[in-house]
Each structure stands twice: as C-alpha cells, then as structure tokens.
Write a protein that binds this ligand. Sequence first.
Ligand SMILES: CCCCCCCCCCCCCCCCCCCCCCC/C=C/C(=O)SCCNC(=O)CCNC(=O)[C@H](O)C(C)(C)COP(=O)(O)OP(=O)(O)OC[C@H]1O[C@@H](n2cnc3c(N)ncnc32)[C@H](O)[C@@H]1OP(=O)(O)O
Ligand code: FAD
Length: 673
Amino acid sequence: MSKNLSIVNKDLKEERDKINFNVEEFTNWFYGGAEKVKEKKYIENYFLSDKDLNLELDTSYLSYKDKYEEAVRRSIVVYKKLYKLHNEMGGTHEDFVKIMENLRFTMGAINPEGNPFVLHFSMFALTIMNMTNDEQKAEWLPRIFNCNILGTYAQTELGHGTYIQRLETTATYDPKTKEFTLNSPTLTSYKWWPGNLGHTVDHAIVMAQLYSQGKCHGIQPFIVQLRDSETHKPLPGIDIGDIGNKVGFQTVNNGFLGFKNVKVPYKNMLMKNSKLLEDGTFIKPKNAKLNYGTMVIIRVHMIIDAACRIAKATTIALRYSLVRRQSPINPNEIEPKIIEHITQQNKIFPGIAKAVVFKCMADYLTKLHLSITQEGNTGNLARMPELHALSCCLKAVCTNEDAKTVEVCRLSCGGHGFLRSAGLDDVYRNSTAAQTYEGENTVMLLQAARFLIKSFNEARNGGSLTEGVKYLFDFIGRNGKREIFDNSINGILRAIQAAAAGRTYIAWKHIEDDKRHNSIEVATNLAGVHLTKAAELHGYVCLLQVGIEEIEKIIRNVSPALGLVFKNILELFAVDLILNKIGDVIQHVDISNEDIEKLEKQMETLFKFFRTSAIGVVDGFDFSDPIIDSTLGSYDGNVYENLINAARKSPLNQEDVNRTFHLYIKPFMKSNL
Ligand SMILES: CCCCCCCCCCCCCCCCCCCCCCC/C=C/C(=O)SCCNC(=O)CCNC(=O)[C@H](O)C(C)(C)COP(=O)(O)OP(=O)(O)OC[C@H]1O[C@@H](n2cnc3c(N)ncnc32)[C@H](O)[C@@H]1OP(=O)(O)O
Ligand SMILES: Cc1cc2nc3c(=O)[nH]c(=O)nc-3n(C[C@H](O)[C@H](O)[C@H](O)COP(=O)(O)OP(=O)(O)OC[C@H]3O[C@@H](n4cnc5c(N)ncnc54)[C@H](O)[C@@H]3O)c2cc1C
C-alpha cells in the first residue's frame, strides 16, 4: 500500500534508479523479516483504508475540544476493528501484541496529536499484567482486555514527578472495614499529567503512600474506580479534569485528580510484590523497586519509538533534499539538488545512521529485558539494577538525540520545514515530550551514573563487572596512561570507552575529593555535571558496541551489496560520534591533529558512498504516505504540488474575502486615522 500512484518526480526517480542494493531486503531487516513486513503492511492498510476514520479531515485546524472529540471518535473506530482483526487472526495473546505493536505507529497517522487511549493499552494493562497476584489477574484482565473498564497510570503529582518516594497521596488501611481510604492531603498531592485521565478513562492505577498499623510503607499501586460506569460522572470524593493545552500531546487528555476520603476495597492493592495481610500486616517485597517495573518496560519500548521518529524525519528531509534545487555550487551550472551541498549531507546522513543503530539497540534491549524478566520470575533479581541503569541511560541518550535530529531535519527543509504540512512538528513534539515523560532525562542519566560509579569502585577493588562496563577495567589497567588512538571502528569504540571511563573517573574523583568536607550526597550533587556527561558517554559506548556486534551479524546474513551499506552506516555513526565528542576524547586519548583531520576526511568519503544508498535506506524504512503525512516527504516527491494543495485547504482559503475585512480592516483603512 505504501507507494501512491502519482508520477514520481524525475529527480527522485533518477536517485532511485541509482540504488545499488535491494531495498526490500533492508525493509525486511528493519521490521524483523519478510513475514513481519507483510503483517505490518496488512495491518496498516486494514486500519488506514477505513473511510469511517475520515482521514481527509486535517485535525490541526480544529479547536482543542474538537480535536479531542475527533481523536476519541477515530480511536473507537480503530479499536472496534482491532478486536475484529484479532478474532480473524486467531485470538491469541501473541496476535493481540502483534497488532498493537504495528498499530502503535499507524495510530500516529490517525491521531497525530496523540491517542486518548494509549495509557489503557500500555501502562495500565502492563501494570495489571505484571504487578498483580493470580486472583487479581483473573478479576481485572478480562475487563481490561474487553475494554469494559478503561484505565491509566496515575503516578505523577503536581508537587512530585521525579522523586516518587515523596508522593503525597495517601491510602490508609482499616482492617475493620477491609478498605483503604484515599486522600489528597495537599494541593501538591493532586495527580497531574497522567495521560487519558482528564475525561476518557474511568479507572486508574494510583500510586499512593500506604499507611497501615500507624506506619507508612512507601508507595504502592492501587486500582481505583474514578467515574461511574454508566454516567461517567466522577464518583463521590473524586475531583478530576483535563490539565489544559500543552506543547504537544493535545489529544492525549492528560489530567488532574484529587481524592477526598475515597474508599477502595482491600483486594484493589496490587499484591504481586508487596503484600498487605487482611489484618494490616505489611510484607515487604524482595526488592522495593519492583513497583517501578512498568516504567522500565516503557523506557525499553521508547528506544524503538526514538529510532522510528528519526527514521521518519530523515525520510522527509532526504526526499525533500533530493527534489529541492537551490544555489549553484559552480556559478555557471544549474542549481543542484540541495543534497549536493555537503553541509546538507552532514545534517541528514548521520541521522539515518542513528535510526539504524538505535533500532539495533532496541532489539538488543528488548531481548535483555525479556531475559532479565524471566530471571526475575524465578526469584533472581540480581540483574535488575543493570537493566534499570541501561534503560534509563539509553532512554535519555536516544530521546535527546531524537529531538536534536528531528529539529536538524526541520532546519534542513528551510522555510517549508516550518509548515505544519511538512509533518515535522508532530514528530518533534513527540520527541521532546519523550525527553521528559517516563523519567526526565537528566535524572535518568544520573541514575545511570550511580551504576557507573558503583562499577568504577568495584573495578578499583578488583571486583567483577557486568559485560557492558568492563571497559572500566581497561582504564584502570592503563594506570593514568592515555589510550592510543587507531582509526578503525574498534579503535573509535576504544576511544569512546576511554572517554566514558575517563569522565567516570573525573566524576568519581570529584566525589572523593568533596567527600572530605561534605556528605556523600552533597559531594555527588556537586559532581552532577560530570556524572551526566559520563552517563551520556556510556550510552554512546553501548550504542556503538551493540551497533558493531549487531551489524557484524547482519553483514554475515545479508547480500554483499546490502552488507556494504550497513558497513557504511556503522562507520558513519562511529565517525560522526567521535567527531561530536572530540573534546572528551582529546582529554583521555592520545589522538593527534592529523588523526582528527583523517576522521574529517573519512566522513567526507563516507558521505560520498552513502550519497547513492541514502534514498534506498529511507525508502527501506517503508513509511507509507499516510504514515509519513508530509507534503515534503511523500514517496512521489511532488513537493510543490503537495504544498499548494495543502495551502488551498486552509480554512481561511475557503472564501475569497474574510469577514474581518468589512468588520475591521476596511473601516480602519477608511478612517484616515
Ligand atoms: C487491553 C489489553 C492490552 C494488552 C496489552 C498488551 C501489551 C501490548 C504491548 C504493546 C506495546 C505497547 C508498549 C508501549 C508503547 C509505548 C508508548 C507509550 C506512550 C506513553 C505516553 C506517555 C506516558 C508517560 C508516562 C509517565 O511518565 S509515568 C511516570 C514516570 N515517572 C518517572 O519515570 C519517575 C522518575 N523517577 C524514578 O524513576 C525514581 O524516582 C528514581 C529512579 C529517579 C529514583 O527512585 P528512588 O528515589 O526510589 O530511588 P533512590 O534514589 O532511593 O535509589 C536509587 C536506587 O534504586 C535503584 N532503582 C531505582 N529504580 C529501579 C528499578 N526500576 N529497578 C531496579 N533498581 C532501581 C537504583 O539502581 C539505585 O540503586 P543504588 O542505590 O544501588 O544505586
Ligand atoms: C507529555 C507527558 C506525559 C506524561 N504522562 C504521564 C502519565 O501518563 N502518568 C504519569 O504518572 N506521569 C506522566 N507524566 C509525568 C512525567 O513522568 C514527569 O513530568 C517526569 O517524570 C518529570 O518529573 P517532574 O515533572 O517532577 O520534573 P522535575 O523533577 O520537577 O524536573 C524539573 C527539573 O529539575 C531537575 N531535577 C529534578 N530532580 C533532580 C535530581 N534528583 N537531580 C538533578 N536534577 C533534578 C530536572 O532535571 C529538571 O530539569 C507525563 C509528562 C509529560 C510531559
């Protein structure tokens, strides 16, 4: 379904004629196999072809309220079809997950400003699946699955989002009535931000401080009904609403929520991890952070979201750059495609490489998450901190890169990139939201840095390290000597590792020095900037290391022509990375000016090679026109026709004279002031 039937712009056609590898083979890799691509296309078409969605309507021109109502209407069309398709496919849980995973991206085309049910189908369902005991699963899962109840994940409050230990909502247990009483004791204890909470859902997982037998037992999850199941009116004691207009996510319906003596039955505390006996005795979980599990799952999922947003933005920027002509390079020659300006290649090509490497990382992290979760299910929680640190670190590094890259793509489209119809604004808004939700990125980096510092101490004391941080041993082993640079892909990896280890050492030393006059906590705060830099560099080490390992495997399994493209992509990623981090590298690596010049030259050579493959790679990301939803990035490259057609649809252009002329402008002009 992806290609539209109009005539392809000749400049773009000429580019595609020069592609020297099999684009379909790349697509099959990106989506995990030919069967998965078929499935993706089928599911995409199944939903997007539905006329009831009325995708012709450009919702960006609607009011805030109308946008929300249209998003709800469209979502219901989609979810009805989801259940129909699920039955047709066989009705297994795997079928459902398959549809959901594909639908996740299709939903962006249906509700470009966000999905008013996304929390039900992600955090709410996942929390109930993973944090309940068997009886609770039996009670809640069928109702959630059938959408008899709709829910969200209500953790953040007006006063606290990051430091969740200090959430203020209370759940006080009374063994006589076998009920909890929920209260919001202060204004700052109001829940604030949960998606879909304002007017859509009727239930929520509420994170609240559990009080029992006169003691506080920390935050625990409760399932709470918020609205009447018939009238949808807020239940007694519930103060609920929408938090208002935002930078993006306009139709996600983020809400606020206050409780005044709201009664919740005993069975509604989620009891897989912590347990409360009916008499009010609290039984601690094996690890108190098990209650943070849903956040970890979503952080893992966010890496592929970042990869796909970059893939989408670079597809738009590259296709446009291959049809837009401007500014002759030689004064007497015709204006070139703007991609011929090397600075334009520098804006777009590294982004394409990032999308590919992030995809490798997403696959790696998904497998790691699965294996650590399976260990956890057998009671072995030893690797939980490693997964937490890695998911925090990569969530932050990948979404920061994502927002930066999408913005560079917008800039690379010049003035037209600023048009809404170019399709980059929603991508950017989603990227920048992801820098904050599921853990603000600085805070995430600091969590990762805790793990790095612990590992550094471990390494100094001759202890053992997890695979991903073993490079700290190399740093300690060098005993203050600098890593000698060599200009190979593994040489670049070693240089970034040396920079990450060196920065970890600086942070560690900063803490050790400050500890002499301060508490460890104050010393750690004072080292904060170094710590975040160390964690960021560690994130890049992980990306490059996993990129090298995965791409080496891929090269062994694909055709030689595609293998060369992957090799080119990996080198692009690596050289771009080291040049961007050269300040950190110089500090810890013996690298000469000549080496740096060589790297800069190498980048130019890589661009030259990638120049012919780039369009094949972005076509291989296989975003259909409705998904790409961009006047500049459509498959046919007919950007000028697309732009004028989109402009003609502006509500202001539906009449040739706007009433403000007669009401205000004309009287003003005739007034002679
Ligand atoms: C209908 C049926 C449906 C079926 C469904 C089927 C499933 C289909 C699947 C399909 C795919 C869908 C997938 C999802 C799609 C994704 C789309 C999502 C779109 C989402 C929209 C936006 C939603 C946004 C939501 C939110 O933002 S929710 C709120 C998030 N909030 C945060 O992230 C808060 C950040 N803060 C924290 O996490 C913590 O406070 C902290 C970690 C910063 C600190 O915690 P704390 O203070 O308790 O910790 P300390 O400082 O005391 O101690 C630190 C030590 O604790 C360890 N630690 C911390 N966390 C963990 C952990 N999680 N695991 C292990 N260990 C942990 C640290 O390691 C420290 O250890 P140390 O002391 O040894 O150093
Ligand atoms: C679009 C969107 C959707 C969301 N959806 C949900 C949802 O569905 N459910 C839900 O419960 N929540 C949701 N949230 C809330 C989100 O998880 C929090 O906003 C996020 O975790 C950040 O917390 P905060 O707002 O308290 O930021 P703050 O912690 O107040 O951050 C403000 C500044 O303080 C800094 N800071 C804070 N603590 C530290 C520290 N320890 N060290 C160094 N610097 C620090 C931060 O780096 C930041 O610069 C959503 C938020 C957004 C933007």
